[in-house]
Design a protein around this ligand. Structure first.
Ligand code: ADP
Length: 494
């Protein structure tokens, strides 16, 4: 190597320095590199000596390196270098150092480059830069308002979401005490005391928890926020980072749910009181009515020889006492259903004989309509005959009541799958389509008919419960102004 003389110390330094060193001819070919250079770039000495330095520099950096080297040669200065080299395996190594040139009088002899491998530092720097970028993105566009304060409660950071939620721009609040901005007046003293207590004792009951409380908007109104505060020590001082979100909407929904629940509870309590009243009233009415009925019937039996008008009046009393008795029994049934005490006494019954018998026996409940049994198919069912008769009576009396001016009610009984379906058709006022699903509800009456026809709105409710307890179904089809058909289906037994 022309012009280069190693003495022992220089060689020792050259071999052991952690810096990377290479010597190049003026043309840019490698004359010598030190072990640190070889180790870092993963080459053997014989693989590099004589080759152009540009073979080892990352292509995008080559021109810049050339220019720096030219400067060192032409201007006789030590030129600063920051470039990227490539290892044998294609990995990038960032080098930072200087290039200098050796002369024989004015004749450049060779260039020397001494540099440090700063790849790790660069990567760490890049990672910090990226993490800062991520934090900034989160700070600027995250879902929460972020506010940072110091021990004096002075606002250090105030992100764009905080501007939106609280109405203050960052310039309006930076450096101001938090307690003079978004803390509602009634909490300010506690807030200041809480901070003093923390600084004295290290205890902060609100730290690292999620709290729901109210905050003050710039415009003066209070609203609900979700708050969580963390504390970190920076140097000797604590800073407090608060994440806040506006939960006004959620609170509104919660409040309306609570209101709705309270209303439902009120309705339920009222219903319960109503049920209780019905139960007590019907029991209280039942006893004197039974006595009235007994005495009326006794009077009728002893009325021989009395004026026919008196007999007629007694019969009327008996008839109306019967009607009242029917209503009281319905009310008692409602109470039983509510208490889950509507029990059945079932026996095996042949529909083809039971149905005509019942229809004949209840024909008297209507003087205007003739009940016609059109079709009857044979089927055995297991039923409580008294309860089933009650259902049929209710359907027939409704059919007659709600078809004024008509004169017939048609009954059919047809087998379908494993059930017998009995239908009751009238040609009366019908039921509006949108109300059909409600007529089996307790105390429901179609508004339009309530004034014209008397009733309590419980007959279908009780009937539906009875049929349900038999494992059957009840439903209705109707065309307003043309009439209705009510169906009951009961499971057939073999
Ligand atoms: P009520 O007849 O005492 O009002 P129900 O429970 O028997 O009570 O009937 C509930 C409601 O269903 C009635 O108020 C009436 O509006 C309607 N409804 C029942 N049966 C018929 C029918 N055959 N035709 C038209 N509407 C009916």
């Amino acid at each position: 190597m022309d012009g280069l003389r190693f003495d022992n110390h220089f060689k020792d330094l050259f071999d052991n320095t952690s810096d990377l060193v290479h010597f190049l001819t003026i043309e840019g070919n490698i004359e010598l590199v030190n072990p640190s250079w070889l180790n870092t770039l993963s080459f053997e000495l014989h693989e590099v000596v004589g080759r152009s330095i540009y073979d080892f520099i990352h292509p995008p950096c080559r021109e810049e390196y050339k220019a720096i080297r030219k400067k060192a040669i032409d201007e006789k200065v030590k030129a600063d270098l920051l470039t990227t080299f490539m290892t044998k395996h294609g990995k990038e190594v960032v080098g930072e150092g200087q290039i200098g040139c050796a002369y024989d009088i004015d004749q450049p002899l060779y260039t020397r480059c001494v540099f440090k491998n700063i790849t790790a530092k660069k990567i760490a720097g890049k990672q910090i830069e990226e993490s800062e970028k991520r934090l900034k993105t989160f700070f600027n566009s995250g879902p929460d308002a972020v506010i940072v304060i110091n021990e004096q409660q002075l606002i250090l950071e105030w992100n764009p979401k905080a501007e939106i939620i609280f109405g203050y721009s960052v310039d309006e609040v930076i450096g101001k005490p938090l307690s003079e901005t978004i803390v509602p007046h009634q909490y300010r003293e506690a807030h200041i005391k809480g901070m003093a207590h923390f600084l004295k004792t290290g205890e902060g009951p609100v730290l690292n928890k999620t709290l729901e409380l109210t905050a003050l908007h710039k415009k003066g109104h209070e609203f609900y926020i979700n708050l969580s505060v963390s504390n970190v020590k920076l140097g000797n001082e604590w800073v407090f980072i608060a994440f806040l979100s506006d939960i006004t909407e959620r609170k509104k929904t919660e409040e309306s749910l609570i209101r709705k629940e309270a209303e439902l509870l009120k309705v339920k309590l009222l219903e319960e009181r109503k049920d209780e009243f019905i139960s007590i009233a019907s029991h209280e009415l039942k006893t004197p009515l039974t006595t009235i009925k007994a005495y009326t019937q006794l009077a009728i039996s002893l009325s021989e020889g009395c004026s026919p008008v008196i007999v007629q009046y007694l019969q009327k009393v008996d008839q109306y006492a019967g009607k009242v008795n029917y209503l009281i029994n319905e009310l008692l049934d409602v109470s039983r259903i509510q208490a889950g005490k509507l029990s059945l006494t079932e026996t095996d019954v042949q529909v083809e004989s039971f149905l005509p018998e019942v229809l004949t026996s209840i024909q008297h409940i209507t003087q205007t309509h003739t009940i016609t049994l059109n079709k009857i198919e044979k089927a055995n069912v297991k039923v409580d005959t008294i309860r089933l008769e009650q259902v049929i009576t209710n359907l027939i009396s409704n059919a007659a009541k709600y078809s004024p001016g008509q004169n017939k009610i048609i009954v059919n009984s047809v087998k379908k799958d494993n059930s017998i379906v009995i239908s009751f058709t009238d040609f009366g006022i019908g039921i509006p389509k949108e109300k059909i699903s409600k007529i089996f509800d307790r105390f429901y009456r179609v508004d339009e008919v309530a004034k014209e026809f008397s009733g309590l709105g419980i007959g279908l409710y009780v009937s539906a419960e009875i049929i349900k307890q038999h494992g059957g179904k009840i439903w209705a089809e109707s065309v307003e102004g043309e009439g209705s058909t009510f169906y009951i289906s009961l499971p057939i037994i073999n």
